[in-house]
Design a protein around this ligand. Structure first.
Ligand SMILES: [Zn+2]
Length: 399
């Protein structure tokens, strides 16, 4: 890359403008429950990009809820294409102990809903693109900012990007990683097992079939045989597959034989696994137990809408990947250090990587522990440094 271009972009960088932008984004509500939840924010970013002569458009994904897509570069070389992905939505503002939308600054941090998850990152991404445009730097490749809806719920925004474009070879998802490179996370699937028994009076249990007792057999089999096998599956980057028994419900009251019981499972899966495998393994347990006990009748299914084909796949990015190496260089230049880890939660990066075939890293300002919290905040220095890292990465990948 041309380091002079990086330096000349930095020379016109006004940190104050970036901080004000982050505050402005926090001040525009985009939480679940609002009509047209993310629309005002998408339109604000669209207008800002257009005012700076950057191609931009809003595209409706769900009723009244658009993604915003901004692009800069001539795109001659498809290998030099990069997506900077940020979700526009936030979680609800209920239970916040501070003003969610003021975006006030205290002790070097911006406070408010979305400050760290992830409007600070969005401000840094947009500003990095503005700086390159203002410095009049030409790109053979292309950088796209994709401001997406619905990340906190069903991820329709990034699914729309993967299915309808823009396309790119590389991507960064700006979730809060404390400016560490996070090059993977497990996939996520919620599964429900439903046992059908037969209700009867507790005084005549022989007339009923106790669904709780039958579910107990299934749980015992999961604990004794499936869990040990799953924990043997270990990916070199993202670690072992996981299974959590998260919720159980059954019966109506103590003196009635429980006629039904449901169990909900959180399954964190590896690229070597799949949703089909996850279901099949549980079906196998049920079929084995039903043979031993014909009264045991159970069904197992994914807890997602059938129209949601992509689901929540894992993300893995090798350290030999160009995007990884570029972010490593960028971190060394900006922060003089580089930490590598994996992301503890699921992100839109799983969709970009697994379904979109895009080499993807999660990298953003602030800490995940502050996301969704009563006093959400993002350190200003992190936002500034993230902007510099994104700037370097765009120039290195797209020039
Ligand atoms: Zn987030």
């Amino acid at each position: 890359m041309n380091l002079d271009d990086y330096e000349s972009s930095l020379q016109i960088f006004e940190e104050d403008e970036l901080i004000k932008l982050a505050q402005k984004l926090v001040s525009i509500p985009s939480y679940h429950g609002l009509p047209n939840q993310e629309k005002e924010l998408a339109e604000f970013i669209d207008k800002l990009l257009k005012e700076n002569n950057i191609d931009s458009y809003c595209v409706e994904v769900l009723d009244g809820r658009p993604n915003v897509i901004g692009s800069y570069g001539n795109g001659i070389n498809e290998d030099k294409s990069l997506i900077l992905n940020g979700h526009l939505d936030t979680v609800s503002v209920e239970n916040m102990s501070i003003d969610p939308f003021q975006g006030y600054i205290k002790d070097g941090k911006i406070y408010g809903r979305g400050a760290v998850d992830m409007k600070g990152a969005i401000a840094a991404m947009v500003m990095a693109i503005l700086l390159i445009k203002r410095a009049n730097i030409k790109l053979d490749g292309i950088v796209h900012f994709t401001g997406v809806i619905d990340e906190e719920y069903w991820n329709y925004g990034t699914k729309h990007v993967v299915e309808n474009g823009p396309k790119a070879k590389y991507a960064i998802v700006g979730e809060p990683t404390n400016l560490e490179i996070h090059n993977g996370h497990r996939g996520l699937e919620w599964v429900e097992i439903s046992v059908k028994g037969k209700y009867a009076h507790g005084g005549t249990p022989e007339k009923g079939i106790n669904a709780i007792a039958k579910m107990n057999k299934i749980i015992t089999e999961i604990q004794n045989n499936l869990l040990p096998e799953i924990s043997q599956r270990v990916h070199p980057i993202i670690g072992p597959a996981l299974l959590n028994l998260g919720l159980i419900k059954g019966g109506t009251q103590p003196s009635t034989v429980a006629g039904d019981c449901t169990l909900q499972i959180d399954r964190r899966w590896l690229p070597s696994e799949s949703s089909i495998l996850i279901i099949d393994e549980l079906k196998e347990i049920i079929s084995k137990l039903s043979k031993e006990d014909p009264d045991l009748k159970a069904e197992v299914y994914l807890m997602r809408d059938e129209s949601n084909k992509i689901g929540f796949p894992p993300l893995v990015c090798n350290q030999s990947s160009t995007i990884f190496k570029t972010l490593e260089d960028a971190n060394m230049r900006v922060l003089k250090k580089c930490e590598v880890s994996t992301f503890p939660a699921w992100t839109d990066g799983g969709i970009l990587n697994h379904a979109g075939g895009i080499e993807t890293i999660v990298y953003g300002p602030g800490q995940l522990s502050s996301a969704h919290s009563e006093e959400e905040f993002c350190p200003i220095d992190d936002i500034i440094n993230a902007c510099k890292v994104y700037l370097y990465t765009i120039l290195d990948i797209c020039q």
